[in-house]
Design a protein around this ligand. Structure first.
Ligand code: NCC
Length: 499
């Protein structure tokens, strides 16, 4: 009898064990099923392109994209014939200084490598997952992040836990991290940036480069007020020394640009980045009251992505002077208001600059004016560039390149002085981020986006900190929203009325 009871008991115990084993197997199967469904979903969902990119890296999708293999072979404008370019005209080369060419064409794997040793990363910026997640293969963790928050389309934080941008594991789902530093760049680009950081072509004197590292970071509104109070957008006028002494100076507009145009309600700043391509932003851009474009960036043939309205074209002196750009004859420059600029020595007056321009901006200005006397054409006062440069440097924890800011940032601040609201497109790269330098050329170089000669990396940090829009807008539209200077009041140190 006792034997029978024990047998039944044993049966129940082993039944229980079997049940538990089955439950464990079932749970394991369910987990595996969920994971495979997660991977399938990321591959097949409607937003499959960005998510696939997030999992496998953008390069997997764009492998077919043409790229340069030699330092001088550059394919332009879709032409199949290679055009050999002057090394001086590559982004990592100091314009106007033929003795110091530093070509920085990016290579497949060296554009941006993660430097996890970067001690400046804040704890919140470190990889959020450890333990179990760290044992999973990279594609799976990316898929899980995509599905469960970290990388969901349009809901991305700028925390920037991953600092690779264009590499095989590129974080296409991330938006610009406002603490990007040269230590996060790939070896080659980092070297180029560091070389520029060590050079001082314009005799920049900045008393305390490391100050920003010792002080708390300024907030967006504080930065906006700093810009408003200390960067004064002015253009050359005929009565300024030394121009007052030259007969040709009567060709200069008699008043500053801001007295002749604006104020505008909404303005668009269209960067020339490759990520403008296939953006479909043309209509949105044209809906603004004023649009600024840069250098040789065309609209014809690219209307769908960049629009067709051009209110102002900001051009550097290299474009004005180089034969390639046919500045005097090309119809590209004949629309809208032209604003030219050229870097002056850091602490020079207009006299010294006049005799020491990077490119012959004044000669070209006179020639252009003779050919197009009706078109408004201003020249930016060179002190604007250095006022702006000072603002960037004093807000960065490391020394930045001692070269003027890019046309993109100059144009952005110019529009902030003329408009109530400024939308900047693809200055901070969207989900379309690419090593393609310009939307209108087939030239691949990460330096165009991350900077070599210009302190672009830090310019972008500054713009990200001032952005009043959402990270989602940066991710989907490459759009940053900045208030114009007239839209906020800084009398008590902080803007009191933002629009
Ligand atoms: O390339 P560029 O700029 O004409 O671009 C205009 C502005 O768009 C932003 N940009 C561009 C490309 C990219 N991938 N990401 C971006 O964010 C930048 O803000 C940039 O300023 C210039 O600033 O004037 C610059 O001009 C070119 C070049 O002179 C002209 O394109 C004419 O060919 C410079 N390239 C070289 O000197 C080779 C570039 O360094 C900066």
């Amino acid at each position: 009898m006792g034997y029978k009871i024990t047998g039944a008991g044993m049966d129940r115990v082993s039944q229980l064990w079997r049940l538990r084993r089955r439950a464990r197997r079932g749970a394991l199967c369910m987990a595996l099923f969920c994971m495979s469904m997660a991977v399938l979903y990321t591959l097949c969902a409607e937003n499959s392109v960005p998510v696939t990119d997030a999992i496998f890296g953008e390069r997997a999708r764009t492998r077919a994209q043409p790229r340069t293999h030699s330092l001088v072979k550059v394919l332009r404008g879709g032409a199949s014939k290679p055009i050999y370019v002057d090394l001086q005209k590559l982004p990592g080369v100091i314009p106007g200084d033929p003795r110091r060419p530093i070509p920085v064409l990016s290579s497949l794997n060296h554009s941006l490598e993660t430097d996890h040793r970067d001690h400046r990363l804040r704890p919140k910026d470190r990889k959020p997952h450890g333990g179990f997640m760290s044992w999973l293969p990279r594609p799976l963790t990316r898929a899980i992040e995509t599905l469960f928050g970290g990388r969901r389309k349009g809901e991305l934080s700028g925390a920037g836990s991953d600092t690779e941008f264009f590499g095989p594991n590129g974080t296409l789902g991330e938006v610009w991290d406002d603490e990007m530093s040269s230590t996060m760049l790939g070896k080659r680009l980092r070297k180029v940036v560091q070389n520029y950081q060590a050079m001082n072509k314009y005799g920049v004197q900045f008393p305390d480069v490391g100050a920003a590292a010792r002080h708390p970071k300024r907030s967006g509104p504080e930065l906006l007020c700093q810009l408003k109070d200390t960067v004064s957008i002015t253009t050359l006028t005929p009565e300024m020394e030394p121009f007052v002494r030259f007969p040709w100076a009567t060709q200069l507009p008699p008043r500053h640009l801001s007295m002749d145009i604006g104020p505008f309600k909404t303005c668009a700043v269209v960067s020339s980045a490759g990520s403008m391509k296939n953006s479909g932003l043309g209509k949105e851009i044209d809906a603004h009251d004023a649009v600024v474009r840069f250098n040789a960036a065309p609209t014809t043939g690219f209307e769908k992505d960049v629009g067709s309205k051009t209110t102002i074209r900001l051009i550097n002196s290299q474009v004005m002077a180089s034969d390639d750009h046919r500045f005097l004859s090309s119809s590209l420059y004949s629309n809208g208001i032209l604003v030219g600029w050229d870097p002056a020595p850091y602490s020079s007056d207009l006299n010294e600059w006049y005799n020491k321009t990077d490119y012959p901006i004044f000669l070209q200005y006179q020639r252009y004016r003779r050919l197009h006397p009706q078109q408004p054409f201003y020249i930016l006062h060179p002190r604007v560039e250095w006022q702006l440069w000072n603002r960037i440097q004093e807000n960065m924890a490391e020394p930045i390149q001692k070269n003027p800011p890019s046309s993109g940032l100059l144009g952005t601040v110019l529009m902030m002085s003329l408009c109530e609201v400024v939308h900047v497109y693809e200055f901070l790269p969207s989900r379309r981020k690419t090593e393609l330098c310009h939307y209108y050329q087939r030239f691949i170089d990460a330096a165009c986006t991350l900077g070599a000669y210009h302190p672009l990396l830090y310019e972008k940090n500054l713009v990200k900190r001032m952005n009043q829009g959402l990270d989602r807008d940066i991710y989907t539209h490459g759009r940053v929203s900045l208030p114009g200077f007239s839209s906020f009041n800084c009398t008590r140190g902080l803007p009191s009325a933002m629009h």
